[in-house]
Write a protein that binds this ligand. Structure first.
Ligand code: ADP
Length: 212
């Protein structure tokens, strides 16, 4: 390898847990330490598939539940060549939601098993670190009104939280639970420290394959 690879770092959590805020602060902190870092977010609403998802989330269109799950997965897969390229170039990727959100949200709907939901994402680049921003969904709801997008209700978010807890039983993933009820700076410090460690470790290892 011509240079050390970047780390794949994912932030997960229910809506309003602070993922976007913390992803931005983490990218800035990594850059300030003299390393390359970029933010990515899923769904990536800029692609053709992402536009279908966006229209669905905004309730401008309806899609069958299995179909929309596969579109979310396809939206991650379509970014894989770019992700691999950036990691190989030594760019650390900080990702705002990934396959775990995809599985947690669909499996919160009636009639969907975790296993069925995980299958389309098997083999994606495996995150070196997944930080779960833990926040009681009732507290999250107090951080501002839920918007009008699909899924933005307290009851649904509580079920999503339960599905995340099931996913976190999987010890093949490097999960770290972060108490997201603290101040933005306190949460950031934990996230930064964990990320610095993993960036050093990831340099020595190839990128893994998720759930394989
Ligand atoms: P997410 O991406 O998880 O939905 P955001 O980062 O968009 O969450 O944050 C949701 C709202 O909560 C924003 O208004 C943000 O400023 C606020 N917020 C984020 N982190 C905290 C925190 N630690 N304490 C209080 N409010 C926060």
């Amino acid at each position: 390898m011509s240079c050390r690879r970047g780390a794949l770092i994912v932030l997960e959590g229910v809506d309003r847990a602070g993922k976007t805020t913390q992803c931005q602060k983490l990218v800035q902190a990594i850059q300030q330490s003299g390393r390359a870092a970029e933010i990515m977010r899923f769904p990536d609403r800029t692609t053709k598939i992402g536009q279908l998802i966006s229209s669905y989330l905004e309730k401008k269109s309806n899609l069958e539940d299995h179909t929309v799950h596969l579109l979310f997965s396809a939206n991650r897969w379509e970014m894989v060549p770019v992700m691999k390229q950036k990691l190989e170039e030594g760019i650390n990727l900080v990702v705002d939601r990934y396959a775990f959100s995809g599985v947690a949200f669909t499996s919160a709907k009636p009639g969907f098993s975790l296993e069925w939901c995980m299958n389309p994402d098997v083999g994606l680049p495996k995150p070196d670190l997944v930080m779960f921003l833990q926040l009681n969904p009732n507290v999250a709801a107090n951080r501002g009104e839920y918007g009008n997008e699909r899924y933005e209700t307290s009851a649904f978010q509580r079920t999503v939280q339960q599905r995340f807890e099931e996913l976190m039983q999987d010890t093949s993933i490097n999960w770290k639970v972060i108490d997201a009820a603290r101040t933005i700076e306190e949460v950031h410090k934990d996230i930064k420290d964990l990320s610095e460690n993993i960036i050093s470790l990831a340099e020595e290892q190839p990128v893994g394959e998720l759930w394989r």
